[in-house]
Ligand binder design. Structure first.
Ligand code: SF4
Ligand code: SF4
Length: 354
């Protein structure tokens, strides 16, 4: 039942390019200071109230969206995150929450589950507590994040618990060990995403990462990605497609990406103040509180989104790429079906080990 809207809306989005996924940034504030992230350097912004989210949920439903990803900044800094989640879940959306895992205890996770949250994603960039804390600029992050992952696997099963790892020069060679830890020990799904290095002046999310070394040594990148492909073939729950793994490999070696995205059509981002952008890294073109569902379908809105896409140099965000491939790349669609069919691929491993 909880994924039924996603399944029912998929054909319309596949055939007509209609809206499917919406990322909702409930805040830009964050309690961590990750070196590769530009968000905390930007500071906060005005944030919508709960009542505004109820209005937004009604509108997004009329606009056809099926899947809502609640994110930030750190979404658990919002004291009303449980109520915001409920506003979307009650309207039939499939809901996922992405968090750094440091502000969640069992009670809060249970409240989110009761509010209707289906899936949760938690960041983890190292198996080594000191390295993790250094990457995040705060002490105690590793212990807290790992404890939140363990609690989440217990609470959200059979929902998906993703562990999100950003690949940088700091952790490249440790990536297979992180996947091993995530899948075998924590019993979660591994999501591997290269750090996005934006073109100057382009990025909202990733700006200000002067400490990053990029591109990375090609031989090391190849060794790591060959290992990941082998692990995935043998049933490790790696929740990015083979296509995305190969694109990540090529991007990490060259620093170049080529991609035609669907931002502003099949997916959108809503910022904390209600402004709508084609994706998390592009300028606003409307505000959810002022936009009518009819306006969204009009040519003028789509033309504005297209102009922004055409001017964009590209990105390597797995969320947008995978969302796009689920409508355009038959190999990725088949791979995903295989992963989630009982008795096959990663799903089998998951059930056997629980
Ligand atoms: S990457 Fe996430 S957890 Fe780290 S500072 Fe940015 S928003 Fe916060
Ligand atoms: S390629 Fe598309 S999804 Fe990526 S930053 Fe540009 S507009 Fe956004």
């Amino acid at each position: 039942m909880k994924y039924s809207r996603m399944l029912l809306r998929w054909p319309a989005s596949f055939l007509f390019g209609s809206l499917y996924t919406c990322n909702i940034k409930v805040t830009l504030r964050c309690n961590l200071r990750c070196g590769f992230c530009g968000l905390w350097r930007r500071g906060g912004s005005r944030e919508m109230y709960l009542q505004n989210y109820i209005t937004a949920a009604d509108k997004l439903k009329k606009m056809g969206a099926a899947r809502i990803v609640l994110t930030g900044g750190e979404p658990l800094l919002r004291t009303d995150i449980v109520e915001i989640t409920a506003a979307f879940a009650r309207r039939g959306f499939s809901t996922t929450l992405l968090t750094n895992g440091t502000l969640a205890d069992r009670e809060r996770l249970l409240a989110l589950k009761r509010a209707g949250l289906n899936d949760i994603g938690i960041s983890l960039d190292s198996c080594d507590p000191e390295t993790q804390d250094d990457i995040c600029g705060r002490k105690g992050v590793w212990e807290k994040a790992v404890s939140t992952i363990r609690e989440s696997v217990d609470i959200f099963h059979p929902g998906i618990v993703e562990v999100l790892t950003t690949v940088t020069s700091r952790n490249l060679t440790a990536i297979p060990d992180i996947v091993e830890f995530v899948v075998r020990d924590l019993k979660a799904w591994a999501v591997i995403n290269p750090v996005n290095i934006p073109s100057p002046g382009h990025s909202i999310l990733s700006a200000g990462s002067p400490d990053l070394t990029f591109p990375l040594p090609p031989r090391q990148v190849d060794r790591v990605f060959d290992t990941l492909r082998t692990m995935k073939r043998s049933g490790y729950r790696i929740l990015v497609s083979n296509r995305f793994l190969e694109e990540s490999r090529s991007y990490l070696k060259s620093g170049r990406y080529r991609w035609k995205c669907h931002a502003g059509e099949r997916y959108l981002t809503v910022f904390p103040n209600g402004s709508i952008s084609p994706c998390s890294d592009t300028p606003a073109i409307a505000n959810i509180l002022e936009l009518s569902p009819g306006d969204f379908r009009k040519k003028a809105f789509r033309d504005q989104a297209r102009k922004i896409r055409d001017a964009c140099d590209g990105c390597i965000f797995s969320c947008w790429r995978e969302a796009s491939y689920l409508f355009t790349k038959p190999s990725v669609i088949l791979e995903r079906i295989r992963q989630f069919l009982p008795g096959t691929g990663g799903k089998r491993l998951y059930h056997e080990e629980r």
